[in-house]
Ligand binder design. Structure first.
Ligand SMILES: [Zn+2]
Length: 353
């Protein structure tokens, strides 16, 4: 009996009861509201296959997407003081932080990793919008500095992928101080003569836009990303004007010179590899071959040049070989040939006209 109830019955039940369907199999596109199967979504790098809407990616997915064959190492970031201001709004900041850490399994909103992109050693710092809106506090500033130091140490280009609402208000002025700190981090990379590239993703706003995110040697934006400093509604309320269509979106910013390229996510990796390859190349990729000597072309060149210098008439055509040697010599030999030619041609030419 025991064997039957404890072993057989559950086995039979397991065979016949319907397995519970996980609720995260289908995702709804926030733009066109189409339902997308999770495998399709992953295959399309979290871009809606119906309308091309680029969904937000967390730092893990971003790093996996950019590096070669998942071969990269996430570095440990320095520990920072937690809640130095003992901030509290509806919740304690420490509680908020713990919640976000438990949910994401990460320490803060930034991940720094090194690996290869198209075979080129590269350091990437990626933001996680899911972690308190990707906000920049001391930990993020420290992460950016660590990324810059690593890039300099490895003599590798630095790629930063912000996705952030701006400074972390729970850290007050200390979060604002991360703006100059991250700017210094960028400066370190630039002083070492290494490329610093920013991949602007949705959203890049506030203090992040006002610091390292707009200091790239190259700004590549994902399609349709919101990029700006103040929110559109705040600006509208301040200037009391309706803002143009597509304001603060990647495409609009490219038209207005804030962004260099707008790239579909599926082309992002290839574009970055191409750019890094071009910037990291000390010289041309092929061997330098000297130009062939311009022997055959020389007379033709002088013959063509001659008519404009001398007379723009048919007269010159009659003496194709003579002007070339005549000009450089300018000695005794010059006199007979051009004189004779000129004497022979010009009189004959004039009566005709
Ligand atoms: Zn869609």
């Amino acid at each position: 009996m025991n064997w039957l109830t404890n072993f057989v019955r559950p086995k039979i039940r397991a065979l016949y009861t319907r397995k519970e369907v996980p609720d995260n199999l289908w995702h709804k596109c926030a733009n066109c509201e189409a339902m997308i199967f999770h495998r399709d979504l992953e295959e399309n790098l979290h871009v809606c296959q119906h309308c091309g809407f680029h969904m937000r990616l967390d730092a893990d997915k971003r790093l996996k997407m950019l590096f070669d064959d998942d071969d990269y190492h996430v570095i440990e970031l320095p520990k920072v003081p937690v809640d130095p201001l003992r901030f509290r709004d509806q919740k304690r900041y420490t509680d908020r932080l713990k919640e976000a850490q438990a949910k994401s399994g990460k320490n803060d909103a930034i991940q720094v990793a090194h690996g290869r992109m198209g075979g080129i050693p590269t350091v990437i710092a990626a933001f996680d919008f899911g972690f308190m809106g990707g906000s920049m506090g001391i930990a993020v500033g420290e992460g950016l500095l660590a990324a810059a130091r690593l890039a300099v140490l490895q003599e590798a280009p630095l790629v930063v992928v912000p996705s952030s609402g701006g400074a972390r208000m729970q850290e007050g002025i200390l979060s604002l101080m991360q703006m100059p700190r991250s700017t210094i981090a960028v400066q370190m990379v630039k002083e070492a003569g290494l490329p610093y590239i920013v991949v602007l993703t949705d959203p890049t706003t506030g203090g992040v836009t006002a610091s390292f995110a707009m200091l790239g040697d190259l700004h590549i934006a994902e399609k349709g990303a919101q990029i700006g400093f103040a929110g559109a509604r705040v600006i509208e309320d301040t200037i009391r004007e309706t803002l143009p269509e597509g304001f603060q979106r990647s495409e609009y910013l490219m038209e207005h010179g804030m962004v260099d390229m707008v790239v579909h996510r599926k082309d992002l990796r290839a574009t970055l590899v191409r750019v890094l390859d071009l910037l990291g190349r000390p010289g041309p990729s092929a061997e330098i071959v000297p130009l062939p000597k311009p022997e055959a072309e020389a007379p033709a060149m002088t013959a063509k040049a001659a008519p404009t210098e001398a007379e723009p008439l048919e007269a010159v055509e009659l003496e194709p070989a003579s002007p070339a040697p005549a000009q450089p010599q300018s000695g005794e030999t010059v006199e007979p040939a051009p004189n004779g030619a000129a004497a022979a041609v010009t009189p004959g030419d004039r009566p005709e006209r």
